[in-house]
Design a protein around this ligand. Structure first.
Ligand code: NAD
Length: 261
């Protein structure tokens, strides 16, 4: 029944946007943070703050270790990523706002991907004395492999080759300021869309989780597709508790079938 309702929403919309979280990538083998077996069961969340990264060489070391594990797994896009890429290619989806750092939307073929929490494939200089969670680097950036090669060569904590500042994966840690450009783009997309699909997110991490509410306030219909209930369920038009890949595949198939009847 609910998948049929989602199919109706898809048929009635021409300016769809997606807002995705870690749950869209679990079918690709990347654990989310909060589910059983998720990242928080293996790493200490307190280590993922920007301040701890700067103050502790051990935290930096653990952080690089986690990134190395992540990249070595070479995750591939799954059905959910592909359905969204196809909707964009058909001109029905304007773009994807993602909290994910894994780059799998782009790998699936999505073109307009707004990464509000950065990405794991790049590293950047954050300077020697960043304050208030704001990176203050010299502008040095490199591919993730640059850091891995230095670590493999015996430098456990590679610093910036230009200015000696700390180098960090280009992701947004807890306590780190959100990137202004992507947040502005995300707000514009939330205002422009007529249907926002919030997929695979616990909707607990703010300010990101406010984006579906912004879309709702701007007049869009909002559908949450998530394995578990969220605190925002009461505020949206439709909630489907299920697997993202299955729900999206079935809903798009139903929408396409109905539209060609
Ligand atoms: P979260 O872990 O807080 O919530 C994930 C949600 O997805 C859960 O509510 C869970 O029920 C649901 N879920 C899991 N598998 C699902 C599936 N197959 N289908 C449907 N729902 C599914 O994640 P979040 O809300 O994205 O917030 C956590 C933060 O962690 C984000 O900012 C993100 O940057 C980061 N993160 C990213 C990745 C990644 O890039 N793949 C992985 C872990 C965490």
């Amino acid at each position: 029944m609910t998948v049929a309702e989602l199919a109706e929403h898809l048929r009635a919309s021409s300016r769809i946007a997606a807002f995705t979280g870690a749950g869209v990538s679990t079918e690709s083998g990347i654990p989310d943070f909060r589910s059983p077996g998720g990242v928080w069961t293996r790493y200490d969340p307190r280590d993922f703050t920007f301040d701890r990264y700067i103050s502790s060489a051990e935290v930096r070391h653990n952080s690089w270790k986690m990134r190395e594990e992540f990249m070595a797994a070479m995750p591939q896009p799954n059905r959910a990523h592909r359905v969204l890429a196809d909707l964009e290619a058909e001109g029905r989806l304007l773009g994807v706002i993602t909290q994910n750092i894994d780059g799998l939307h782009q790998d699936a073929g999505s073109r307009n991907v707004i990464e509000i929490h950065g990405n794991v494939r790049e590293v950047q200089c954050i300077g020697l004395f960043p304050k208030h969670g704001i990176p203050d680097g010299c502008g040095f950036t490199a591919h993730h492999d640059w850091a891995m090669e230095r670590i493999a060569g015996g430098d456990a904590d590679p610093d910036c080759p230009s200015c000696g500042g700390y180098v960090k994966t280009a992701t947004v840690s807890f306590g780190q300021a959100m990137p202004e450009g992507p947040m502005e783009q995300a707000s514009l997309l939330a205002e422009e869309c007529d249907l926002l699909l919030a997929i695979g997110s616990s909707l607990e991490v703010f300010p990101a989780a406010g984006i579906p509410l912004d879309a709702k306030a701007a007049g869009a219909r909002v559908v949450i597709i998530n394995r578990d209930p969220t605190d925002l369920d009461a505020f949206v038009d439709l909630v489907i508790n299920g697997e993202a890949g299955t729900v999206l595949t079935e809903a798009v198939r139903a929408a396409n079938t109905t539209s060609t009847d």
